[in-house]
Design a protein around this ligand. Structure first.
Ligand SMILES: Nc1nc2c(c(=O)[nH]1)N[C@H]1C(S)=C(S)[C@@H](COP(=O)(O)O)O[C@H]1N2
Ligand SMILES: [Mo]
Length: 419
C-alpha cells in the first residue's frame, strides 16, 4: 500500500470508528492467550513437524484442505419447487473471486455433456457472411480477460414474500464473480458483418432447455463476451462448457450457456423466457418485459446469519457490493438498526460490474442490535430498504430483489436474518 493510501484509509478508519481505535488494541489482545503461555509451551514441536509430509501432485488436480470440507455449494432448504439453483457460500469467501468449484449453478434442464470437438456456434440472420465456428476457430480470435459478477435475477427472491433464509448463502448465494476469458462479440461481428437495421440478437443454448433470449445489439457491441474460460481454466461444465455468452451486469439468465446459435434481427423474438418468465411485475399490476441490468446491491457476509459473536469487542465487518449499472461508488454500514450510517472502506481496484469487497471496523458493545450495509453506484442509485422496494413492486413480484439485508445480533451474540 502506498503511503498516501495508508493515510487515507487510516483517516477513514478513525472517522468511521470514532473513539473505537483506543479500545481496539485492548480488545484484540484480550482475545489471545499468548501473553499467558510460557515460551516453552509455545515452542513445543508438533507431530506434523517431525515427519515427512505427503508427496507432490497428490491429487494431480489440487483440492481445498480437508478442514474446509463444509465450504460447499448448497441447495436452499427446503428446496422450493421453483427456481432451484445451487448457491455460493458467500459467508466463507474472501476478496471477490469465486473459486470455480463454488460458482453458483442454475440450469433449466440439467448440465449437458458436450465434447468441445463437436461443438459449433452458428451466427446467422441479418449478417453479411453467416458463420459456423468450431472451438478451435473461436480461440484463434483476439481475446480478453475481465472480472465480472454474475447474479440470477431470482437471487434473494423468496425474501420478497417473507424472511425465510438463514445464511448469506441461502438468501443471496445465486451470485458469483470470476475472471472470464473470451472474445468480444464486437470482434466476432466484425468478422461476419452486421447488416443495417440489425438491432437484436437471439442467443440459444445447446442444453435440453434450449434456453433462448433476445439481446439488444447495443449490449452485444459494448462489453458482451463469448467466454470459454473462467479463473484461468476452461469453463466448468455447469458454467457452460465449452462456450457461453457473458453479458456483464445483466440478469444471469441472459448469459446463455452452452451457446450454439446467434441470430441477428430487427426486433425481439418474444421467446418463452421473455414472456412466461423473467418479466417484472410492478405495483400498478403491469409488468416490465425487459429488465436487463441487475440493480445496485450489497450484503454483509462476515459476520452474518447463523454465526455467533463469541464476546463483545472488535469485529471487522465485511461484505460484497455490486451493480449492473456501473461501478460501486460507496458502501455505508449501520450497526444501530439504520439510525446512523458511516462509509465502509472499499478494496481497490473497484471495477465496473464486478463484486467489490468492503470492510468496516466495529466494536460490538454486547447489546442486541441490527447491522446492515447500503451500496451506492456510479449511476447515482442507492440500494433500497425492503419497505421501499415492496412499495414499488407488486406483492406477487419475484425477480430483482436488491433490498438491504439486515442482520440481527442477540445479546448472546447469535446472528439471525433481521428482515
Ligand atoms: N443454455 C442455458 N443457459 C443458461 C441457463 C440454462 O438453463 N440454459 N440458465 C440461466 C440462468 S437462469 C442463470 S442465473 C445463469 C447461471 O449461470 P451459472 O450456472 O454459470 O451460475 O445461466 C443462464 N444461462
Ligand atoms: Mo437465473
Amino acid at each position: 500500500m502506498s503511503d498516501k493510501g495508508y493515510i487515507v484509509s487510516r483517516r477513514k478508519f478513525l472517522k468511521n470508528s470514532a473513539g473505537v481505535s483506543a479500545g481496539l488494541s485492548a480488545a484484540l489482545v484480550s482475545g489471545t492467550t499468548l501473553a499467558q503461555a510460557s515460551a516453552s509451551e509455545f515452542l513445543e514441536v508438533d507431530p506434523w513437524t517431525k515427519v515427512q509430509g505427503s508427496t507432490f501432485i497428490n491429487p494431480p488436480y489440487g483440492l481445498p484442505s480437508k478442514y474446509e470440507k463444509n465450504v460447499v455449494r448448497v441447495l436452499p432448504s427446503p428446496a422450493p419447487t421453483f427456481l432451484t439453483g445451487s448457491r455460493t457460500p458467500l459467508q466463507n469467501l474472501h476478496g471477490i473471486i469465486t473459486p470455480n468449484g463454488l460458482f453458483f449453478e442454475r440450469h433449466h434442464a440439467g448440465v449437458p455433456d458436450i465434447n468441445p470437438d463437436q461443438h459449433r456456434l452458428v451466427i446467422h440472420g441479418m449478417v453479411d457472411r453467416p458463420l459456423m465456428l468450431t472451438m478451435e476457430d473461436i480461440v484463434r480470435f483476439p481475446s480478453e480477460s475481465r472480472i465480472y459478477f454474475l447474479e440470477c435475477s431470482g437471487n434473494s427472491a423468496a425474501e420478497l414474500k417473507k424472511a425465510t433464509g438463514k445464511t448469506a448463502q441461502e438468501i443471496h448465494g445465486l451470485l458469483s464473480c470470476c475472471e472470464w476469458t473470451g472474445v468480444r462479440l464486437s470482434t466476432i461481428f466484425q468478422e461476419c458483418g452486421v447488416q443495417p437495421g440489425a438491432t437484436w440478437a437471439l442467443a440459444e443454448g445447446a442444453d435440453g432447455a434450449a434456453m433462448t433470449r433476445s439481446i439488444p445489439m447495443s449490449k452485444m457491441m459494448d462489453d458482451a463476451l463469448l467466454v470459454y474460460a473462467q479463473n484461468g481454466e476452461m469453463l466448468r461444465a455447469e458454467q457452460g462448457y465449452p462456450l457461453r455468452l457473458l453479458l456483464p451486469g445483466f440478469e444471469g439468465n441472459m448469459s446463455i450457456k452452452w451457446l450454439r446459435r446467434l441470430k441477428l434481427g430487427s426486433e425481439p423474438w418474444q421467446t418463452r423466457e421473455e414472456t412466461s418468465a423473467y418479466t417484472d411485475l410492478q405495483a400498478d399490476g403491469k409488468a416490465l418485459q425487459f429488465t436487463f441490468a441487475m440493480d445496485v446491491k450489497s450484503v454483509i457476509t462476515q459476520p452474518s446469519g447463523m454465526m455467533k459473536l463469541k464476546s463483545k469487542g472488535f469485529y471487522e465487518v465485511s461484505g460484497v457490493a455490486w451493480s449492473g449499472n456501473g461501478k460501486i461508488k460507496r458502501v455505508e454500514v449501520s450497526t444501530d438498526g439504520g439510525k446512523s450510517w458511516a462509509d465502509a472502506i472499499l478494496q481497490e481496484p473497484v471495477m465496473d460490474k464486478s463484486l467489490v469487497r468492503f470492510r468496516y471496523p466495529w466494536v460490538w458493545n454486547g447489546e442486541p442490535t441490527v447491522f446492515m450495509s447500503r451500496a451506492i453506484d456510479s449511476s447515482g442509485d442507492t440500494q433500497p430498504s425492503m419497505e421501499a422496494l415492496l412499495k414499488a413492486k407488486s406483492p406477487n413480484s419475484f425477480y430483482h430483489n436488491n433490498a438491504i439485508q439486515p442482520w440481527r445480533v442477540a445479546a448472546n451474540g447469535e446472528i439471525t436474518n433481521g428482515r
